[in-house]
Design a protein around this ligand. Sequence first.
Ligand SMILES: Nc1ncnc2c1ncn2[C@@H]1O[C@H](COP(=O)(O)OP(=O)(O)OP(=O)(O)O)[C@@H](O)[C@H]1O
Ligand SMILES: [Mg+2]
Length: 252
Amino acid sequence: MNIIEVRHVWKSYQTKTEKADVLKDINLCVRANEMVAIMGPSGSGKTTLLNLISGIDRADKGEILIEGNSISAMKKSDMALFRRKRLGLVFQDFNLLECFTVRENIILPMALEKKDRHEQESQLNMLSQILCIGDILDKNIPDISGGQKQRVAIARAFVNNPAVIFADEPTGNLDSKSTKDVMHYLAGANDKFGAGVLMVTHDTFAASYCQRVLLLKDGKVLSELQKKGSRKQFFRDILEMLVLIGGEQNDI
Ligand SMILES: Nc1ncnc2c1ncn2[C@@H]1O[C@H](COP(=O)(O)OP(=O)(O)OP(=O)(O)O)[C@@H](O)[C@H]1O
Ligand SMILES: [Mg+2]
């Protein structure tokens, strides 16, 4: 089953001098359970696309369905509610509440949904175990590392059992060891909770944890690669695709 369907989506921005088409007839889908990475050069429209699919911004043309619901047709207030209930968001700069503890950051979205105490505790315990953050639950956010912050942000994103997680460069502010940890635990949470994951990344290593990579260039999906063998093999396949389309890895 497709958890996300994007059909013939267009988006342009009007600048002072011209109207620029940023996304041109985008079509894609993400299946339930699937982890998909969007790669592409800076300015190719990755964040714009993620913002449209997560309902933060609106497409000019086309249709976007999440779990069969057309978000293009939703009112702003309905979209906000839908996002809170069915979507999880992970950002490059973590977006945690600095004056709360790790535990409070994770519990807050469940409290907003009025989940009972027992459910909050069991969900917190399960996610702490999967993301390996059980020993930092009472720490304040400024006192934990970048990799730990992102694991907390991932726990928070999964806490209300969303249909899909959107992540915009979730490892962009992390060193290679933390990137490895975060991707390992993100894939673990995806496996356990079964939400689809749509992630934008510049990092081939991070992308290799996904099952599929879409390459965006000049506002179009230029190519698509499906994981066939091991993660290591997929890493090599993605690198090869990036070389074939003519960009150095640093451009991607
Ligand atoms: N609100 C806006 N108003 C005008 N132009 C915009 C706006 N948002 C994005 N753009 C333009 O749309 C294009 C795509 O931007 P976008 O942020 O989606 O790229 P990106 O692929 O995420 O890049 P990066 O890898 O650098 O994050 C860029 O040329 C950008 O300048
Ligand atoms: Mg971006």
